[in-house]
Design a protein around this ligand. Structure first.
Ligand SMILES: *Cc1c(COP(=O)(O)O)cnc(C)c1O
Length: 346
């Protein structure tokens, strides 16, 4: 498979924007090339210089934790930016299509619609696993990407590894595995499979386990040709300097993050067990994520009763295959106790 052939026609010949920092990379002490404010910033820290377009220091620190070389790493302004760039780089509007597997994360569909790309939906099976037969039927010569969210949002389960491997081994477009919740899962990441499959793209994020949703920082890991194409299409300075500095500082505090992951997984088990004792709860789906999908007797009324007590969950009751369900993020021990107390009283 030649990844370069998968590119959208206009991207094949695109000449990317060349920044001042791209054009001069040597050592210097006087920078009069980028029309910045040479005097400084009206802040304690200096933000007057444009940031590194390729975020090499940050990628180096990420590489040490993830074991993925820098040249296989792309950073986006949230993984949502990586999703959008994949559409813009690889899909021809009015010609190509992508496959998504509902119920799943909403941004794949929104990005497809923004980019005017045909969306083919193949519902998950009732056990929230892949319908391989229907996926095979949906693929044609213009299918550029398949989005697999594992652990899946909003259902919380991991997708069977062998099913994903079947798609990887047979599909001729990009297989995008969204691992936003991988830190909470028993199943291991597909990062080890990057060497084997040039068409594999793995999305991870600093927004969930890392506790940095406000910074907007997402990762995409893939083969060098895919990463090069994403870098060619991205806005030149897509990760701001404050985010680069703060994420770098956060990466040296991985111990705290690992403690929170442990607490979240412990609370997930406790919350599941406690919810199962409550009469209005019909079913708690097993979760590999930091949320649980809960089928209740009357989703809308229970949602509103929680709102009245100042507790907000996500109403997924109108989503196909999630009928009557609420999606509940695992909170702190105290927050989970408040939730349980209110639910027990309804
Ligand atoms: C939360 C979430 C993301 C994260 O998106 P960011 O833009 O990195 O904040 C990505 N994928 C899924 C499935 C999510 O639920």
């Amino acid at each position: 498979m030649n990844i370069k052939d998968l590119q959208r026609e206009n991207i094949k010949t695109l000449k990317p924007y060349s920044t001042a920092r791209d054009e001069f990379k040597g050592q210097a002490s006087v920078f009069l090339d980028a029309n910045e404010n040479s005097y400084g910033s009206p802040l304690p820290a200096n933000y007057n210089r444009y940031p590194d377009p390729l975020q090499l220091d940050l990628k180096d620190a990420i590489s040490k934790i993830k074991g993925v070389p820098i040249e296989n790493t792309f950073l986006g302004n949230g993984s949502d930016e990586a999703i959008d760039l994949l559409f813009r780089a690889f899909c021809n509007p009015g010609k190509d299509n992508v496959i998504i597997l509902p119920p799943t994360y909403g941004m794949y569909e929104v990005s497809a619609n923004i980019n005017d790309i045909e969306l083919r939906k193949v519902d998950l099976l009732p056990n929230f696993q892949l319908d391989l037969e229907k996926i095979a039927e949906a693929i044609d010569a213009n299918t550029k990407m398949i989005f697999i969210c594992s652990p899946n949002n909003p259902t919380g389960n991991s997708i069977n590894r062998t099913d994903i491997e079947t798609i990887l081994a047979n599909f001729k477009g990009l297989v995008v595995i969204d691992e936003a919740y991988i830190n909470f899962a028993k199943q291991k990441t597909f990062i080890q499979e990057l060497i084997e499959y040039a068409n594999l793209v793995i999305l991870q994020t600093f927004s969930k386990a890392w506790g940095l949703a406000a910074l907007r920082l997402g990762m995409a890991f893939s083969s060098v040709p895919v990463i090069d194409i994403l870098n060619k299409v991205k806005p030149p300075y897509n990760i701001n300097q404050a985010t680069q500095d703060l994420a770098l500082a956060a990466l040296s505090n991985i111990q705290q993050v690992n403690e929170w992951i442990k607490s979240t997984v412990t609370e997930r088990a406790r919350l599941t067990a406690e919810l199962e004792k409550i009469s209005i709860v019909k079913k708690v789906y097993p979760s590999d994520a930091n949320f649980i999908l809960v089928a209740v007797t009357d989703a809308l009324n229970i949602y509103n009763a929680l709102v009245n007590e100042g507790i907000i969950v996500r109403d997924r009751s109108k989503v196909s295959l999630c009928e009557g369900c609420l999606r509940i993020t695992i909170g702190t021990i105290d927050e989970n106790n408040q939730l349980l107390t209110v639910l027990a009283k309804i």
